[in-house]
Design a protein around this ligand. Structure first.
Ligand code: PLP
Length: 393
C-alpha cells in the first residue's frame, strides 16, 4: 500500500539534496567544529556556510542566527531570555492558539509569578491588533505571537504586532516554525526581535532549530555551557543537521514561489472538492490569510480520530487537531478558541501538503473521503439518517 502523506505540518520528509550534504558529516568529517585542528576546522567552515544560508532565507545577518535543538527550544530560549533581561517586568502577552511550545511554557511561567495574557481570536482564527494594543502595560516584558498556525494555517499580522510592541518598548518574538519556507520572511523590513524555526518542518531533519536574535537585542542564554554559538547556546553543534538545515533553507529560498503555487493549487482542489462532495463540512481558518499548504476541514457529527483510522487503512496520513494533542479526544484548543461548534470541532481533519504530493494522490483522497464520512455518519447516533452524508456527483 502506498503512503499518501498529507501531514507535513507534523513533519516533512528530508529532501534528497539535504540528506546528500549531511552524509559526509557522520563518518568522513566527524571532527568537532570547535577543534583547533584542520580536521575539525573544516566542519566549522561548513557551519558558517549553513548560518549564511539560514540568514539569507530570513533576510537576517549570519551573526543573528543561533542553532538550537528544535523549535521548542528556540521558543523557550526566546521567552526566557526576554524575562531574564527584563527582570523588573512580569507580564507576557501571547495568544490562545499558540503551539504548546509557547502555551505550556507560559502556563508554567504563570505558576512562577508571571502574568500571562492570552489574546483571543475571531471565528476565522484572526487576531485583533487593537486588542493587543490594549493588553500592553508598562509591566509587559514580551509579546509572543505565532506567524503561521500549525492547525489551521492562519497567518497572524506579526510585523504590525511587532511595531505596536516596539512603540511601547516591549520585546517581540514570533514562532515562525510553520511559516518559514512557506511564506516570504524578510527581517530587514520589520522590527521582530526574536524568531523561532524548526528544521523538520522544511525538509531538514528533526532535532535542529534556529533562534534568530536581532543584533543589539540583549540575550540571556537558555543552555549554559561551552562557548559555542558565541556563548549564546552551549553544546557541541549537531553538525550534520546544521549543514542539512542550511541546505534546506537555500532550497526554500530558491524554490518557495514555484513550490507554493503548486502546493496551493493542490490544497485548493482538495478543499473545494471535499466541500462540494460532503455535506455539512466546512473549512476552519481565514481562507485569505493562510499558509499555502494547510487546510483544516470539519465534518459534522463524526469523530476526527475515527476518520483518521479509516484514512490510515487506505494509507492516507493526516492529523486531527495538532500532532502533539491528537493523543486526546479533547477538541483542539485552536478550534475552541475560534468558537467552532462542538459537533464540528470534534470532526476536524488537518491536511497539510508539501511539494512531494502529486495530483494523483489528491484525486485519490477526494475519491475516498466521502465514503469514509458516510460510513461514520451511518454509525453516529447524532447524525440524522434521513440526510445524505454526501452529495451525489
Ligand atoms: N511551534 C509550532 C508552530 C509548531 O508547529 C511546532 C511543531 O509542531 C513547534 C513549535 C515545535 O517544534 P519542534 O518539534 O521542532 O520542537
Amino acid at each position: 500500500m502506498n503512503t499518501i502523506y498529507l501531514d507535513n505540518n507534523a513533519t516533512t520528509q528530508v529532501a534528497e539534496e539535504v540528506l546528500a550534504v549531511m552524509m559526509p558529516y557522520f563518518r568522513e568529517f566527524y571532527g568537532n567544529p570547535s577543534s583547533m585542528h584542520t580536521f575539525g576546522g573544516q566542519v566549522g567552515q561548513k557551519i558558517r556556510t549553513a548560518r549564511e544560508q539560514v540568514a539569507a532565507l530570513l533576510g537576517a545577518m549570519p551573526e543573528e542566527i543561533i542553532f538550537t535543538s528544535c523549535g521548542t527550544e528556540s521558543d523557550n530560549a526566546a521567552i526566557r531570555s526576554a524575562l531574564m533581561t527584563r527582570p523588573d517586568k512580569k507580564h507576557i502577552i501571547t495568544s490562545r492558539v499558540e503551539h504548546p511550545a509557547i502555551r505550556a511554557l507560559c502556563a508554567h511561567l504563570a505558576t512562577q509569578g508571571y502574568r500571562v495574557t492570552e489574546l483571543p481570536v475571531d471565528k476565522n482564527g484572526l487576531l485583533d491588533l487593537e486588542n493587543l494594543g490594549k493588553s500592553m502595560t508598562p509591566d509587559t516584558a514580551v509579546v509572543s505571537l505565532m506567524w503561521g498556525n500549525n492547525e489551521t494555517g492562519v497567518i497572524f499580522p506579526v510585523e504590525a504586532a511587532a511595531r505596536l510592541a516596539h512603540e511601547k518598548g516591549i520585546l517581540f518574538h514570533t514562532d515562525a516554525v510553520q511559516s518559514t519556507g512557506k511564506i516570504p520572511i524578510n527581517l530587514k523590513n520589520n522590527v521582530i526581535d526574536m524568531l523561532s524555526i524548526s528544521g523538520h518542518k522544511l525538509h531538514a531533519p528533526k532535532g535542529i532549530g534556529v533562534l534568530y536574535i536581532r543584533r543589539g537585542t540583549k540575550f540571556s542564554p537558555f543552555m549554559i555551557g561551552g562557548h559555542q554559538e558565541k556563548q549564546r547556546r552551549g553544546g557541541t553543534e549537531n553538525t550534520p543537521s546544521v549543514i542539512g538545515l542550511g541546505k534546506a533553507c537555500e532550497l526554500a529560498a530558491k524554490n518557495m514561489e514555484k513550490e507554493n503555487t503548486y502546493v496551493a493549487r493542490l490544497r485548493d482542489k482538495l478543499e473545494r472538492e471535499l466541500l462540494k462532495r460532503i455535506t455539512q463540512s466546512r473549512v476552519n481558518g481565514d481562507p485569505a490569510n493562510r499558509l499555502p499548504n494547510t487546510t483544516n476541514i470539519s465534518f459534522e457529527y463524526v469523530e476526527g480520530e475515527a476518520i483518521l483510522l479509516l484514512m490510515n487503512e487506505l494509507g492516507i496520513c493526516a492529523s486531527s487537531g495538532s500532532a502533539c494533542t491528537s493523543g486526546s479526544l479533547q477538541p483542539s484548543h485552536v478550534l475552541r478558541a475560534m468558537g467552532v461548534p462542538f459537533t464540528m470541532a470534534h470532526g476536524s481533519i488537518r491536511f497539510s501538503l508539501s511539494i512531494n504530493n502529486t495530483e494523483a494522490e489528491i484525486d485519490f483522497v477526494i475519491d475516498k473521503m466521502p465514503a469514509i464520512i458516510e460510513r461514520l455518519r451511518g454509525m453516529s447516533p447524532y447524525w440524522n439518517s434521513s440526510q445524505p452524508a454526501c452529495k451525489t456527483q
